[in-house]
Design a protein around this ligand. Structure first.
Ligand code: TYD
Length: 327
């Protein structure tokens, strides 16, 4: 059961294959907002839901700087609404909570703040969110853990590093750069380009979430990462090589479109995840190397121009024009 508000970054076309294969039997789409308590309550009842995986969120840092309210609404109030509806739905006759159920909350490594040149975020690193986005996710993490601690709601929590792969909305670095290269547009690098991110392929993230859901006890939190740190500018140079080769572009010409732009306010310098706990205790590991993941991602964007066209229209376009005239 997929509850999705289909806001600007949502796209029903991304799940067309699943809908075709399993629609009405193993897959049910529900259009709606996680902040809509009446709807959420009715879905728990209608489908007798016993497991929630809470991926729904506003997730783009730049948008959170320009308009933080949507982040507080969806990420904080929406998470609260889902948690509280789960608590109501999973109450037994004697007032206790069912323990054969699970609420898995998806979060980000950005709740831990920013690292210097060394060190890693572990599950015990103190929270230090620094953007409206990460502050809203930190708040939702605290609510999820509080529901486990206070009410005994079975909750697990994961904090993942930067994701990449097919279907990612082109506001995030990798798909934005791929599509700008293909369209001959400038490649906007924030600040000095030396901020570091730890990139994990989307399937590896999902495999980790699945392992946690199957094996973790309630109240545990898990870091998920790629162990794959890159300065933005170095990543961009590799991406230019891959895209140029596959799309038959002149890499030197593409390199010439790199444009250093004003830095993001409060731009976190480095994120790096220690995912040792997940590897040791649940036996998870990354399955896709960065070289392989980037190739798959570039191939996907080259092969799915209809999908790209679809999301390049409508609200997203006007928002982008309004806020980032150059793109
Ligand atoms: P992003 O994909 O927005 O993820 P996050 O901010 O959650 O890490 O950005 C990844 C990095 O790339 C970040 O350091 C900001 C930088 N960046 C650019 O330099 N240019 C861009 O156009 C974008 C979208 C991001």
């Amino acid at each position: 059961i997929n509850l999705d508000a289909l806001t600007y970054a949502g796209n029903a076309a991304s799940l067309a294959d699943i809908e075709r294969q399993f629609g009405g039997s193993r897959y049910f789409f529900e259009h709606g907002d996680i902040c809509d308590r009446a709807l959420v309550v009715s879905l728990f009842e209608k489908y007798e839901i016993d497991t929630v995986v809470h991926f729904a969120a506003e997730s783009h840092v730049d948008r959170s700087i320009l308009g933080p309210e949507a982040f507080v609404k969806t990420n904080v109030m929406g998470t609260f609404t889902l948690l509280d509806a789960a608590r109501a739905a999973w109450k037994t006759a004697d007032g206790a909570l069912r323990q054969d159920v699970l609420f898995h909350h998806i979060s980000t490594d950005e709740v831990y703040g920013s690292l210097g040149a060394t060190g890693y975020f572990t599950e015990t690193t103190p929270y230090d969110p620094r953007s409206p986005y990460s502050a809203s996710k930190a708040s939702s993490d605290h609510l999820a853990m509080a529901y486990a601690h206070t009410y005994g709601l079975p909750v697990t929590l994961s904090n993942c590093s930067n994701n990449y792969g097919p279907y990612q909305f082109p506001e995030k670095l990798i798909p934005l750069m791929i599509l700008n290269m293909l369209e001959g547009k400038p490649l906007p690098v924030y600040g000095d380009g030396k901020n570091i991110r730890d990139w994990v392929y989307v399937e590896d993230h999902n495999n980790a979430v699945w392992a946690i859901m199957q094996k973790s006890v309630s109240g545990e939190k898990w870091n998920i990462g790629g162990e794959n740190e890159w300065e933005n500018i170095t990543l961009l140079q590799s991406l230019i090589d891959i895209v140029s080769e596959k799309a038959k572009l002149d890499p030197e010409k593409v390199r010439g479109t790199i444009t250093y732009v004003t830095d993001r306010p409060g731009h976190d310098r480095r994120y790096a995840i220690d995912c040792g706990k997940l590897k040791r205790e649940l036996g998870w590991k990354q399955g896709v190397s960065f070289a392989e993941g980037l190739e798959r991602t570039v191939d996907w964007y080259l092969g799915n121009t209809a999908w790209v066209e679809g999301i390049r229209s409508g609200e997203y376009q006007s928002w982008i024009k309004q806020n980032y005239g150059m793109r």
